[in-house]
Design a protein around this ligand. Structure first.
Ligand SMILES: [Zn+2]
Ligand SMILES: [Zn+2]
Length: 138
């Protein structure tokens, strides 16, 4: 938006131009509502466009990560429900009949594996990172 003549409100501009010459000013109606010279209005726009591009990249990363996290969490939850159901059924049946050990063992191992995954999660992430690094280096 074209305004009258005056001094650019960008601090870099007023400091650089020590002469009090008046310039054509344009209002930055998109971002800061300041009156700027054409050069600074343009520079300002470029800066915001860049900022927005970087923002979009990070936002997309957030979206992708959230989707992945939700998927992983849902899988864990499903596994948890299955394990709890299997173990509870076995425990319930064991009060009336003797459940064969070969039926108990896989469920027990599944629980122990699940516990190990949660307990070693930090170690696993470290392993994954160093593994990736190795692949990059090779
Ligand atoms: Zn300026
Ligand atoms: Zn602005």
């Amino acid at each position: 938006m074209i305004s009258g003549l005056g001094h650019c409100e960008d601090t870099a501009c007023s400091h650089l131009l020590s002469n009090p010459e008046l310039v054509r000013l344009f209002r930055c109606s998109l971002h800061c509502d300041r009156l700027l010279c054409l050069y600074h209005l343009n520079a300002h726009n470029v800066y915001y466009e860049e900022e927005k591009k970087q923002n979009d990249v990070v936002f997309n990363e957030l979206k992708t990560s959230l989707t992945l996290y939700q998927t992983i969490f849902e899988q864990h939850l499903q596994e948890y429900r299955q394990i709890v159901h299997q173990a509870s059924t076995l425990l319930l049946h064991n009060t009336s009949t003797i459940v064969p050990i070969e039926q108990i063992r896989p469920v027990l191992e599944r629980i122990q594996r699940a516990i190990a995954i949660f307990q070693q999660e930090k170690g696993w992430i470290f392993w994954k990172k160093s593994n990736l690094l190795e692949k990059i280096l090779i």
